[in-house]
Design a protein around this ligand. Structure first.
Ligand code: NAD
Ligand code: MG
Length: 394
């Protein structure tokens, strides 16, 4: 038994328990009840699934953010020793509860920022799936975590891979990192082909089953752009130390290159339960019976460059990093709206990057934003993009 192992069972607050990451986290927990316990479950609107999860896992608290679903959840769980809360503010209060040992941020988008900051301020270790939090406010979030000595353990598969490669290398500077990208369903497409793709095509990721927002982000390469920004803040890298390489098989999850040129990669089948479990049990590795990799199923692992003249979102992310300030927050907010509008079939696939780029040019730039500035940037950008789309596509 590792003497640094977290105390068992580790009591988790799972923000976004009804989503792709949330349900896989509960799968991990159900396999190791002696190690993990879900003490808080939260969802936005999927009341039925939240109720089912609460009955199975018996957390102390649940939050249904959407207030119109509150009475349904409250009634269904009456008679059980579970407190039911509603509203976005409740996410902030539940992460701070005494009994919470770790917070898994598995909710989508900017909504993760406030509860993550609150958890850090209360000294709660973070298992971070919600990459958007670091995209919009990476500098502020990492500084708050460092000031309180709060660990932030990545769940995103690429960042978990990088993290795992760096364990034991604390004294050794990193020369560069390679984030691997599957390339998504439109790998090799021309701009012309990309313009015509449908929502159904974009929602079919070749290697991963994920929530709708990140699936569209993966198809548009915005996901990789967001991950570049996430990596910068998590690992304190210069922009020039970050590279992206397309690896369609999604077996190598990312690579660290040290100053002697030696490269370490972390590999495995694409299964998010592994990085989720790793973050929840760190620094321990926990045995499991997840499917194992077989070399004969993958006779060749291949690599190629991303064409950023087609997949402009990746380039926009590097540009946002170079500019600094609130630029990544602008890009993220614009993308949350354009991603949604593509899913609602309001705009074309290539409009996503075009409106994201326009927002970066038009929304007010703030060189040294405070947290409040970032909240304002987020709402201002959303409003700007909605108006801009309205103008060309009323
Ligand atoms: P999802 O859409 O499947 O689930 C999102 C969860 O968050 C749901 O439980 C939903 O109720 C909740 N939620 C959504 N909006 C909310 C809001 N405004 N306030 C409170 N709760 C809200 O998403 P997902 O695919 O599980 O992704 C979750 C996060 O993890 C994202 O930031 C994503 O980028 C990241 N991530 C996901 C994967 C994956 O494999 N799914 C991999 C890497 C990183
Ligand atoms: Mg990822």
């Amino acid at each position: 038994m590792n003497p640094n192992a977290p105390k068992a069972p580790q009591k988790l607050a799972i923000l976004g328990s009804t989503g792709s990451i949330g349900t896989q986290a509960l799968d991990v927990i159900s396999r190791k009840p002696e190690l993990f316990k879900a003490t808080v479950l939260t969802a936005h609107s999927r009341a039925e699934l939240l109720i089912e999860q609460a009955r199975q896992f018996l957390p102390d608290h649940v939050v249904i953010v959407n207030e119109s679903k509150y009475s349904e959840v409250k009634e269904a769980l009456s008679g059980l020793p579970i407190e039911v809360h509603t509203g976005a503010d409740a996410l902030v209060s539940v992460v701070c509860l005494e009994q919470v040992d770790m917070v898994l941020t598995a909710l989508v988008g900017f909504s993760g920022l406030r509860p993550t900051m609150a958890a850090i301020e209360h000294g709660k270790p973070i298992a971070l799936a919600n990459k958007e939090t670091l995209v919009v406010a990476g500098e502020i979030v990492m500084a708050a975590a460092a000031a309180r000595n709060v660990p932030i353990i990545p769940v995103d598969s690429e960042h978990s891979a990088l993290f795992q490669c760096m364990v034991g290398e604390e004294q050794n500077p990193v020369e560069k990192i390679y984030l691997t990208a599957s390339g998504g369903p439109f790998r090799g497409f021309s701009l012309e082909q990309l313009r015509m793709v449908t929502k159904a095509q974009a929602l079919k990721h070749p290697n991963w089953e994920m929530g709708a927002k990140i699936t569209i982000d993966s198809a548009s390469m915005m996901n990789k752009g967001l991950e570049v920004i996430e990596a910068k803040w998590l690992f304190d890298l210069d922009n020039s130390q970050i590279d992206v390489i397309v690896h369609p098989q999604s077996i190598i999850h990312s690579i660290v290159q040290f100053e002697d040129g030696s490269m370490k990669a972390q590999m495995g089948l694409p299964d998010m339960r592994l990085p989720i479990q790793y973050a929840m049990a760190y620094p321990q590795r926990v045995e499991n019976d997840f499917p194992r990799f077989n070399f004969l199923d993958y006779p060749s692992l291949t690599f190629e460059q991303v064409d950023t003249s087609v997949f402009k979102n990746l380039d926009l992310a590097f540009r946002a990093l170079d500019r600094g300030g609130n630029m990544a927050c602008i890009l993220n907010a614009a993308n949350e709206i354009t991603n949604r509008m593509f899913l609602d079939e309001r705009i074309r696939f290539t409009d996503i990057a075009d409106f994201n780029e326009a927002a970066m040019e038009q929304v007010e730039f703030i060189p040294n934003p405070s947290l409040e500035d970032l909240f304002e940037t987020d709402s201002a950008t959303r409003a700007w993009v909605r108006a801009a789309v309205e103008q060309v596509k009323p």
